[in-house]
Design a binder for this molecule. Structure first.
Ligand SMILES: Cc1ncc(COP(=O)(O)O)c(C=O)c1O
Length: 419
C-alpha cells in the first residue's frame, strides 16, 4: 500500500482504501481520536535526555573524545563473557522463571547478605537491567497523582519514571560547596510530608558522587517508617565508593525485611557489564508476588545466557571490582586535580560513583556550552542541566577512562577555555 503517510497536520495523504473507506473521505470526517497519533500527555511531557542530545551531535566521529556516558572504557572481563558463550553453546536459549534462574537468585542473595544483612533468594528479583529494576519498582509502588520526592541533581531516568506513571515529582536539591555536594537532611525530612508515597535516593549519586552517610540514613528511615513512605534506594554505585572499605552505606544495612525499602541494583558498573542489561531488586516479601506479575508483563525474564554471566560475575568478580575501584580512584584524583588547575573551574573530589560534576565560571547554559565543546574542542561531556535545574552551570565528566585519555580531554578543555 503506497499511502498512509501522515502529513504534519496529522492527516493522511494518498488515496488507498481501507475496509471500504477512502482515506480522503476519512480525513474530512474522522473524529479527533483517529487523527491524534501522539502519545498520551504524561509521555509527551517527558524531558528528552540532554546527554543524548549532546552525544547525537558527535557520536561516531573518531576525532571526538567522549566522556558523556557513564560507561567504562574496558570490555567485560573474559571469564564473564565465557560463561555466556558456554550457556549459548549448551543451548540455553529459552525463557527463564520471571524472577530469574535459581543459581543467580541464590548468588545475589548471598552477595547482598555478605555486604548488608541476611536476605533470602525469595526476596530477589532478577531484572533486565538496573533501569528495568527501577521502572518495575516504581510501577509497583507509584500511581497517578502520587507525590514522589527525589534528591537531586539526579540521573534523569529516575525523575522521569514516576512521571510516566502520572506521579508528581518534588525535587530536594543537594548544595555545592568547597567540600563537594551535601544534603541538608532536615530539609529533606521537611519535604517528606505525610501522604508522600515514595522518596528516591541514588547514593553514591549520579552525577555528583555525593554519598549518604549512615547516620542520615537512620534519620530518613525512621521518618519514613513513621509516615509509611517507601524508600527506593538506587544502589548501582554502591561498590564504587572511595571513602569506605567495601561498600557505600545502604538502607539495606539498617532496614528490616518488612520495612518499606526497595533496593535496586545493576551488573553494569561494578562488573563492567553495561551492554548486558542485567540488574536486580531486593524487596520485602509482601511485594514479591506483584513484582512477579509486573516482570511477566514487562520483559517476562532476563535472557538465561546473560544470567549465567551474572552468576560468574557475582561468584568470581571481587578481583574485577577491586581492579576497577583502584583504577577509578586514581582517575578521580587525577581529573579533579587537573580540572581544579584550570581558571574558573571548581571541582571537588566525589565520594563515590564515576563522575566529576564541576562548575565552570561564566557557563550559564550548560547544554549550549557542551554542544559548543563538541563542535569546537572535539570533547564530549554531559551538560549539568541534564540532571535538573540544580545542575545548570555544571558539567559532568565520566572518569572511567585511562589517564592518557583524561589528560588529552583536559588539554582540549583548557585550550577551549583560553579562547
Ligand atoms: C543512577 C543510575 N541508576 C541506574 C542506572 C542503570 O543502569 P543499567 O540500566 O545499565 O543497569 C544507571 C546507569 O547509568 C545510573 O546511573
Amino acid at each position: 500500500m503506497p499511502c498512509l503517510a501522515p502529513t504534519p497536520s496529522g492527516k493522511y495523504k494518498g488515496g488507498c482504501i481501507i475496509a471500504g473507506l477512502s482515506i480522503h473521505a476519512m480525513n474530512d470526517t474522522a473524529p479527533h481520536y483517529r487523527r491524534d497519533l501522539r502519545a498520551r500527555p504524561a509521555v509527551r511531557a517527558l524531558v528528552a535526555s540532554q546527554i543524548r542530545e549532546v552525544a547525537n551531535a558527535g557520536m561516531g566521529d573518531p576525532d571526538i573524545l567522549p566522556f558523556w556516558f557513564g560507561e567504562p572504557d574496558e570490555v567485560t572481563p573474559a571469564y564473564i563473557r565465557a560463561a555466556a558463550v558456554a550457556s549459548l553453546d549448551a543451548g540455553e536459549t529459552f525463557y527463564s522463571p520471571n524472577f530469574g534462574i535459581p543459581e543467580l537468585r541464590d548468588g545475589i542473595a548471598g552477595y547482598v547478605s555478605r555486604l548488608h544483612r541476611p536476605v533470602a533468594p525469595g526476596n530477589i528479583a532478577v531484572t533486565a537491567s538496573g533501569m528495568s529494576a527501577l521502572m518495575l519498582t516504581v510501577e509497583a509502588l507509584v500511581g497517578h497523582g502520587d507525590r514522589v520526592v527525589c534528591v537531586t541533581p539526579l540521573w534523569p531516568n529516575l525523575t522521569e519514571i514516576p512521571k510516566i506513571l502520572g506521579a508528581e515529582v518534588v525535587r530536594q536539591p543537594l548544595t555545592f560547596g568547597s567540600g563537594g555536594w551535601t544534603l541538608d537532611v532536615e530539609q529533606l525530612i521537611a519535604v517528606l510530608t505525610p501522604g508522600t508515597r515514595a522518596v528516591m535516593i541514588n547514593s553514591p549519586n549520579n552525577p555528583t558522587g555525593w554519598t549518604l552517610d549512615a547516620a542520615s540514613q537512620r534519620i530518613i528511615l525512621e521518618h519514613c517508617r513513621m509516615h509509611g513512605i517507601w524508600i527506593v534506594a538506587d544502589d548501582v554505585y554502591e561498590r564504587l565508593c572511595y571513602t569506605v572499605d567495601r561498600c557505600a552505606p545502604s538502607f539495606l544495612d539498617i532496614a528490616g525485611p518488612d520495612d518499606r525499602v526497595v533496593s535496586t541494583n545493576s551488573f553494569s558498573k561494578s562488573w563492567l557489564m553495561t551492554g548486558w542489561r542485567l540488574g536486580w531488586i531486593v524487596a520485602p516479601p509482601a511485594l514479591m508476588p506483584d513484582l512477579g506479575k509486573l516482570i511477566e508483563y514487562n520483559t517476562s525474564c532476563s535472557p538465561v545466557f546473560v544470567q549465567r554471566a551474572g552468576v560468574v560475575a557475582i561468584d568470581d568478580g571481587e578481583p574485577t571490582i577491586a581492579h576497577t575501584l583502584q583504577r577509578y580512584r586514581r582517575a578521580r584524583s587525577f581529573l579533579v586535580e587537573a580540572l581544579g588547575a584550570l581558571p574558573g573551574v571548581q571541582a571537588a573530589l566525589p565520594a563515590g560513583a564515576m563522575y566529576v560534576f564541576f562548575h565552570i565560571a561564566g557557563v550559564g547554559d550548560s547544554l549550549a556550552f557542551c554542544k559548543q565543546l563538541v563542535r569546537e574542542a572535539r570533547l564530549g561531556l554531559a551538560p549539568g542541566s541534564a540532571f535538573g535545574p540544580e545542575g545548570d552551570g555544571f558539567v559532568r565528566w565520566c572518569f572511567a577512562a585511562s589517564e592518557r585519555r583524561l589528560a588529552d580531554g583536559v588539554g582540549r578543555l583548557q585550550s577551549f577555555l583560553r579562547r
